[in-house]
Design a protein around this ligand. Structure first.
Ligand SMILES: [Zn+2]
Length: 426
């Protein structure tokens, strides 16, 4: 609908007399102007952007923060000019690391991603500022800098060590997604086998230690059992940094209503993502058949260039359906309906996705999403909560909980061997 309607309205504008122009012909622009004014008065904080990984693997100049010049147009979804047009005031930069590296070395790659993200932030002091607290976010916004937070994506990075977890906090991590797509020794991933029926005892200790530190427990990517058990254990608000609603699209990465309904008691925030296969059932079906085709080619075609050629031919014959901005808005509406307006936010996953919804092509498009919600009748007060106030409230609550827990208990020195009965690593 959103792809067709502006064209219809434009043709009406150009072919009709002024007095026969529908009264709502100006509505899209009015709503967008309204959205832009609103986002000037309240910070928009996005939960997930994978730019540091794009910098790591940039063709020709991997890991080179200087060569990946954010003052110039970037090859993917994010650069300084588009962040400004998108009115992004706060960003959790994902310091994702791959969960399928064969040898150990997660910590090394994780530290390199901290280094890339921190060098990136330091390189543009007139535009970006590292933010470690909710107060920092508000200070940065006042100074006209994009508040830059760090979020780790995947508990494999701690290599089963609470000491390593604490060191990451010290380097600035303010959330950790408990798993990525691979089940860990202590937590089941949504897209992998359930080995533990949720969290192990050590997994629970990780959640408790994150609460003590003041690092958000991020439940995107984990199995529903982990979501539920983490909510049982967590003394602080949790977040979902980039997930959508499972009632609308039955994808294991999405959040079931039974979990959404528990958010009010916990105080957390579900930051709705733009990932096409999570927001559109048609796109998910297409993605599933593309995956099946890719897997089939892997077993039947040995040559990788030939596999690529055949996959390109398949995609040309089976074009991906469009996911849309309106579908993203549907997920936001659903989370508001089930979890409540105090528990919904935005977590785009820009730079972490190859396909984007029509209407949400890059970081400059956030105001268009707010314009759509304005047209759906959202009040300014509710839009401000969605934009960033919910996240700020949850972060302050997590900080208060951490301060209390630090008075009550020492840093945990428990090990996975003690808690889960595994043999010590040799
Ligand atoms: Zn992710």
């Amino acid at each position: 609908m959103s792809a067709i309607r502006p064209v219809v309205l434009l043709s009406l504008l150009f072919t009709s007399l002024a007095m026969t122009t529908p009264a709502d012909a100006q509505a899209p622009d009015a709503a967008l102007a309204h959205a832009r004014a609103l986002l000037r008065s309240t910070p928009l904080i996005d939960g997930h952007n994978d730019l540091p990984w794009e910098i790591r693997r940039a063709e020709g100049h991997p890991l080179d923060v200087a060569a990946y010049d954010l003052r110039a147009p970037s090859p993917k979804h994010t650069d300084l000019a588009r962040l400004q047009r998108g009115q992004v005031a706060g960003q959790f930069w994902s310091i994702y690391i791959d969960g399928e590296m064969k040898d150990s070395g997660y910590a090394r790659v994780q530290l390199e991603q901290f280094d890339i993200a921190r060098r990136m932030i330091a390189r543009y002091p007139d535009r970006l500022a590292l933010a470690l607290t909710a107060d920092d976010i508000e200070q940065s916004v006042k100074r006209g800098r994009l508040a830059s937070l760090l979020g780790m994506e995947g508990g494999h990075a701690i290599e089963n060590s609470l000491g390593v977890l604490r060191s990451y906090y010290a380097l600035g991590a303010r959330y950790m997604t408990l798993t990525h797509n691979v089940t860990l020794d202590w937590a089941d991933a949504a897209l992998d086998s359930a080995r533990h029926h949720g969290l192990t005892e050590f997994g629970r200790a990780v959640v408790r230690e994150m609460n003590r530190l003041g690092m958000f427990v991020d439940l995107s990517h984990v199995s529903p059992a982990v979501m539920s058990q983490a909510l049982d254990v967590s003394e602080a608000p949790v977040i979902f940094s980039h997930s959508a609603a499972r009632a609308l699209v039955d994808h294991p990465r999405n959040v079931p209503d039974s979990i959404l309904a528990r958010l009010p008691k916990n105080g957390g925030v579900v930051m709705v993502t733009f990932v096409p296969q999570f927001v559109s059932t048609e796109f998910k079906v297409w993605e599933d058949s593309a995956d099946a085709e890719r897997k089939g080619l892997r077993t039947t075609v040995a040559d990788s260039a030939e596999r690529r050629r055949q996959m390109d031919a398949w995609e040309a014959a089976h074009p991906a359906p469009d996911a849309t901005l309106a579908q993203v808005a549907d997920h936001i509406d659903h989370v508001r309906q089930v979890a409540g307006v105090d528990h919904v936010g935005i977590g785009s996953d820009f730079d972490g996705i190859d396909n984007v919804p029509v209407g949400l092509e890059d970081v400059s498009k956030f105001p268009d999403l707010f314009a759509e919600l304005i047209r759906r009748g959202w009040s300014d007060a509710d839009l401000k909560k969605l934009a960033g106030q919910n996240l700020l409230r949850a972060m302050r609550q997590a900080e208060r909980t951490a301060a209390r827990l630090q008075r009550e208990r020492e840093p945990s020195t428990r090990t996975i061997e003690e808690l889960d009965g595994r043999r010590p690593a040799t």
